[in-house]
Write a protein that binds this ligand. Structure first.
Ligand code: ATP
Ligand code: MG
Length: 314
């Protein structure tokens, strides 16, 4: 059976329970919740029973322990997670505005999760995995990119496959060297999972269909476009498959894309057809938005089945 690896930030998220513009005044808060895009992704993979591991770094504190406990409980191999004495686990404070946009205060680049030195046990974890999921955020972090690229190389050499979620805010794209790293990763990608306009990151094409055709031509085997409440689409040599979103009440959209990705990758690796993988990934994304806290809405197979059996598409 395939074993999935991801590399990147493990952090906690603390959420303001009021809506409004940021943190210039005291707000009631709820949290800490386990978080970090790669951590949410891999937790979803683990919950579906697909063997998986994460490489990352936490402080020797309760925020780190909270993450370790959750990931372990959900089936993730955390033997490659490094505990950095004297450093603090990364954190993100988030407050939603009335219009649904978010204001963040990050403590990530300077926290334990901001670097990931090479270690023998990290290398052993890479050697034991057969699929690598790359988060663009890991490539954008100077202290993590080398480790992500090492994992890609090891898994590729061992005959494994690669999935890639750019997960990038446009302003990070100017980070020196990032463009080249992204291009390099795309050339090796089997399964590409952009959100909305991220499909245009690597092509001059003007339409989504042209962009997808060009990327398939360049060697990507499967492409899935995530569209939030508008559902998702899959493209491969066999054609195009669309799935409408499942109608749910959105409470907290953070993490939907990561849950969607974790579910799609699990089904894809287990040989599911595109429609089945898409339907279940859609359900994972929908469940994610109904829970407060980015990792609180990851799903078991039974939870996905229940949602699919009881709801209509939007
Ligand atoms: P993130 O903000 O975590 O980076 P993303 O932009 O990568 O997310 P989205 O497109 O927002 O990903 O969401 C991923 C998937 O989750 C969607 O394709 C859809 O299947 C599901 N989803 C997201 N929002 C909703 C919603 N409001 N209702 C139902 N399903 C949703
Ligand atoms: Mg989104």
């Amino acid at each position: 059976m395939a074993k999935v690896l991801t590399v990147g930030e493990i952090l906690v998220e603390i959420v303001a329970t009021t809506k409004g513009d940021g943190f210039r005044e005291a707000q009631p808060l709820i949290g800490p919740f386990p978080s970090g895009a790669p951590a949410i992704f891999i937790d979803q993979v683990g919950k579906l029973g697909t063997p998986c591991a994460i490489l990352g770094r936490i402080g020797d504190d309760d925020f780190g322990q909270l993450n370790l406990d959750r990931l372990r409980a959900d089936g993730v191999d955390v033997s490659g997670v490094e505990i950095a004495p004297g450093e603090s686990t990364g954190s993100a404070f988030v407050r939603y505005r009335e219009d649904g946009s978010r204001v963040f205060v990050f403590n990530i680049a300077n926290a334990a999760c901001g670097t990931l030195p090479a270690t023998p046990h990290g290398r052993a974890v890479m050697d034991g995995c057969t699929h690598m999921h790359v988060m663009g955020t890991a490539l954008a972090a100077p202290g993590l990119a080398a480790r992500a690229m090492e994992a890609i190389e090891v898994i590729r050499k061992n005959g494994g496959t690669l999935s890639f979620d750019p997960n990038l805010r446009p302003e990070i794209l100017n980070t020196p060297g990032l463009r080249e790293a992204l291009d390099n990763v795309l050339e090796q990608t089997d399964l590409f999972l952009p959100s909305g306009d991220e499909i245009f990151l690597f092509t001059e094409a003007q339409t989504e269909a042209e962009a997808a055709a060009e990327l398939l031509e360049r060697g990507v085997r499967d492409i899935v476009i995530k569209r939030g409440a508008d559902g998702a689409s899959h493209f491969n040599a066999g054609g195009r498959t669309d799935a409408a979103a499942i109608a749910v009440e959105e409470l907290d959209p953070t993490g939907a894309g990561d849950c969607f990705g974790g579910a799609f990758v699990s089904f894809w690796l287990n040989g599911a057809d595109p429609a089945t993988a898409l339907t279940h990934a859609n359900a994972a994304g929908a469940r994610a938005v109904t829970r407060l806290g980015p990792m609180e809405g990851t799903s078991t197979r039974a939870e996905l089945a229940t949602l699919l059996a009881t709801t209509e598409t939007a």
